[in-house]
Write a protein that binds this ligand. Structure first.
Ligand SMILES: [Zn+2]
Length: 477
C-alpha cells in the first residue's frame, strides 16, 4: 500500500488581547522578558557544554547525566520558565555547540535573538471556540511554570478573516491536526489606546499555528503546469503549459470600489476644510472617523476579494487537473511597477492561492518574472521592444510577436511563460516563504567572458604603471 502523504502548513493569526494582562503592552513585555531569559539560559548552556567537552574525564559525568544536570539547573535558575522552554533552550545550545565544534578558530557563539518568540507545545494549547460573529477565536494556553505563582494559564484573543476561520473550523472538527504554536512579537507596529497612557504604538503580536492533514484523493494530469500572472489589466490570469485554456478575473469592480472610496475620502477632506474655517464643528468627529477607518474598509474589501479570486483559481485549476502551479516571485519589485502594485496586496493573494492549491495536493512553485512579458510563449522569440514602459505608454496592448507574427494578450502570454519555466529556475513554496532567493547561475560563456575582462584590465593596469614609471625616470633624468 502507498503511504499516505501529509501536508503541514502554518496559519498566522493576529493577537488582539489577553485576558490575564489588562494592557496589551504587558503581554509584549512578558514575551520580551521570557525571550531574554531563554537567550540567557541558552548562552549558559553553551558555556557549560564547552567546559564539559574539555574536562569530561575530570568531571566523570556521562552524557545523559550531563543533559539532566543542564535541565535541573535550568529549572532551578529560572523557576518561572516552562519546562518545555527549558528543553527547547538545551536543544538549541546543542545545535549551536555542534556548529561551533565543526568550525576551526571560532569563538563561542552567543545567542542574541532580536524577535521575541515563545514556543508552545501542541499539547499545551487548546482552541476554545470561534465567536458568534466568526471574527474572533479564543485559545487557552499555558505559559510559565507549574511550580511558580506566576501566570500559568492564559486566554488569548485573535482576529480571524474568512480564510483563517475556515482553517480554525477544520482544526476544531479534528479534520486538521494541530501542531506546535509560536507567539511572536513582530517588528510591525499598531496604535493602541488606553485610559492611562492615551494612544501609543505597540508591536503586533502574531500567533503561528502549524497544522497537518492528508489531502483528499486528487488525480492530476502528469506534467500539466498552470501559471498565474498577477497583472496590470486584470488582477489574475491563469494559463497552462499544455493547453489553450485560460481564466481571467475582471478588474472592473475592484477599481470601481476603490475609486468610489477615494472620491468619498476626497469629498470629506475638502468639506472639513471649509467647515473648520467657518468654525462649524457639527459632525466633524464622524467625518474624521470615517477618514481614519477608510483604510480598514479598503483592506477588508481587498481581503474578501483576494479570497474570492483564490477560490476561483483553485476551482479552475483542479477542474483542469493541474499537477503543479507556478506563481511569480514578486519580492524586490522596484521601479515603475510599484505604482501599479501599490496597495493591492499581491503577497496576500499569492499566499491564499498557494495555500488553497496545496490543500488540494497541487505542488506550488515560484519563479522570478525575468522575461515573462517580453518572451513569446509560442515561438520563444524575445521581443525586446515590449518593455514595461512601452506597455504603459500604449495602454497595455497585445503582444505582437516579431518572430511568429502572433497577437497574444500580454498577461496571458506571461502566465504561459510562467507555466513553462524550467524546474531549476523555480523555488518551492517552503523556500519562498522562508525568504530564500533564487541565485542566477552564470553560464560557462559568461564566466569565460568575465575572466577575459579581468585579465585585460590587469594587463592594462600593468602597462600604465610601467608607462608612468618610465615617465618619471625620463623626468628625473
Ligand atoms: Zn512568437
Amino acid at each position: 500500500m502507498e503511504k499516505e502523504k501529509t501536508v503541514s502548513q502554518t496559519v498566522k493569526l493576529e493577537v488582539i488581547g489577553c485576558a490575564e494582562f489588562s494592557k496589551y503592552k504587558d503581554l509584549v513585555n512578558f514575551l520580551n522578558s521570557a525571550n531574554a531569559k531563554a537567550n540567557a539560559f541558552t548562552n549558559y548552556c553553551i558555556i557549560e557544554r564547552f567546559l564539559y567537552h574539555n574536562k569530561r574525564d575530570h568531571i566523570g559525568l556521562d552524557k545523559n547525566a550531563f543533559e539532566r544536570f543542564l535541565y535541573a539547573t535550568g529549572r532551578e535558575k529560572y523557576p518561572n520558565v516552562s519546562s518545555n522552554m527549558i528543553s527547547q533552550c538545551i536543544r538549541h545550545s546543542h545545535k549551536e555547540f555542534k556548529t561551533f565544534k565543526r568550525v576551526d578558530n571560532c569563538s563561542l557563539p552567543t545567542i542574541k535573538e532580536k524577535t521575541s518568540c515563545l514556543f508552545i507545545h501542541n499539547r499545551d494549547y487548546r482552541i476554545e471556540k470561534i465567536s458568534d460573529s466568526g471574527k474572533r477565536v479564543v485559545l487557552y494556553t499555558t505559559i510559565g511554570s507549574k511550580n511558580s505563582k506566576e501566570i500559568r494559564k492564559i486566554k488569548i484573543d485573535c482576529k480571524l478573516d474568512t480564510y483563517q476561520q475556515d482553517i480554525i473550523k477544520r482544526l476544531l472538527s479534528d479534520e486538521y491536526k494541530q501542531g506546535q504554536a509560536k507567539l511572536i512579537v513582530t517588528s510591525d507596529m499598531k496604535k493602541v489606546s488606553s485610559k492611562e497612557d492615551g494612544k501609543e504604538n505597540v508591536p503586533i503580536i502574531k500567533l503561528l499555528i502549524t497544522y497537518s492533514f492528508t489531502p483528499s484523493n486528487y488525480e492530476p494530469i502528469e506534467g500539466r503546469v498552470a501559471g498565474v500572472d498577477l497583472g496590470l489589466k486584470t488582477p489574475a490570469v491563469v494559463g497552462f503549459s499544455d493547453s489553450w485554456k485560460r481564466w481571467f478575473h475582471p478588474r472592473s469592480h475592484i477599481q470601481a470600489f476603490r475609486d468610489k472610496m477615494e472620491a468619498r475620502k476626497r469629498d470629506l477632506k475638502s468639506n472639513n476644510k471649509k467647515k473648520l474655517h467657518n468654525r462649524e464643528g457639527r459632525g466633524r468627529k464622524h467625518k474624521v472617523k470615517f477618514s481614519e477607518h477608510y483604510g480598514n474598509i479598503v483592506s477588508n474589501f481587498v481581503q474578501t476579494e483576494n479570497h474570492t479570486i483564490a477560490r476561483a483559481i483553485e476551482e479552475f485549476i483542479t477542474e483542469n487537473r493541474t499537477e503543479s502551479l507556478v506563481l511569480e516571485d514578486l519580492r524586490n519589485f522596484s521601479g515603475t511597477n510599484v505604482k501599479y502594485l501599490r496597495d493591492w496586496t499581491y503577497r496576500d493573494l499569492q499566499e491564499k492561492i498557494a495555500h488553497k492549491s496545496m490543500q488540494k495536493g497541487i505542488k506550488v512553485y515560484f519563479a522570478k518574472p525575468f522575461y515573462t512579458s517580453k518572451k513569446c510563449s509560442f515561438c520563444g522569440h524575445m521581443n525586446d521592444k515590449f518593455t514595461f514602459s512601452f506597455r504603459v505608454k500604449n495602454k497595455m496592448p497585445y503582444l505582437h510577436c516579431e518572430g511568429c507574427n502572433k497577437k497574444v494578450d500580454a498577461d496571458y502570454n506571461a502566465s504561459r511563460n510562467l507555466a513553462n519555466t524550467p524546474m531549476d529556475e523555480l523555488l518551492t513554496y517552503d523556500q519562498w516563504s522562508a525568504g530564500k532567493h533564487l541565485k542566477k547561475k552564470a553560464t560557462k560563456q559568461e564566466k569565460q567572458e568575465k575572466q577575459e575582462k579581468q585579465e585585460k584590465q590587469e594587463k592594462q593596469e600593468k602597462q600604465e604603471k610601467v608607462k608612468s614609471q618610465k615617465d618619471k625616470t625620463v623626468e628625473n633624468a
